[in-house]
Design a protein around this ligand. Sequence first.
Ligand code: ADP
Ligand code: MG
Length: 302
Amino acid sequence: MTSPSDRDLASLYIRCEDLFKIYKIADLEVVALRGLDLKIRRGEVMAIVGASGSGKSTLLNILAGLDQPSAGRAFVDGKDLLTMSPKDMVTYRRKQVGFVWQQTGRNLVPYLGAVQNVEIPMILDGASASEARRRATELLEVVQLGHRLHHRPEQLSGGEQQRVSIAVALANNPPLLLADEPTGELDTIGADLVYETFTELNNRYGVTIVIVTHDPDIASRVDRVVAIRDGRTSTEIFRRISHDRGKPEVVHDEYVLVDTAGRLQIPREFLEKLSIRERAKILLGEGHVEVLPDTIHRHGGV
Ligand code: ADP
Ligand code: MG
């Protein structure tokens, strides 16, 4: 019999441990990721949230094989992103991941119709014209654009363009879809349809989907939301159906993440409220842990 932890490991699709990314510009170093831990199951639809500059795009670019981490470990489907050869990286980018950018203009060729946009990656990958057309049409129908096959991007709304972009990203059937603020430039209705599209693609093709977003309502649309703060994962929200109050209702459970070294982030509001600065007392209670302010060494006693 396999233990739950064995099963968890086998179903793990993405695994980042103690991941660092340091950008160097002249003499200046920017630490975009500082010891980030993250696990994503195969077939999961999850979101990553966080303030601007917290490292969300950096993480997504690393998972997409567009950027290299500085240190740590990052595996996607058992492939080690830190030691992969440049040649394998090209194959990885082409076969394993689809990517959607916030700016629709970055995803689409402006003078081609929707169906042709979706066909390009397939033709480049050696598909026949008829096979490419068949699959491009199918994908556009799944993203609810079967009636817009020959519209050029400028003839489509922002939301429609983003759904074409999603179809382009999935043209070669990658098992992983990464989207960096895909609804950032859309209104609510456009955003709703994009999220509906993600759910539909996940149900139909089992594709694992990671969405970076600012959308405050995201928790109600995905299985799990992980927040990044200062280049590390900090909290996690799960959606579940509760029967506690008779009829089933959707509830959200929020947790603080504990990393492999046992570190966790205490919410800044809590620290401020209790004036916890450099150090705190930690006590083991009955079934819980207490964190108390240091009331003795007030001014940085060392
Ligand atoms: P987010 O997507 O959460 O807004 P990013 O991952 O884009 O954050 O950026 C994280 C940090 O890394 C920021 O301080 C940003 O300025 C810096 N950064 C991102 N990309 C580069 C780069 N190519 N060169 C130098 N610094 C970068
Ligand atoms: Mg970003």
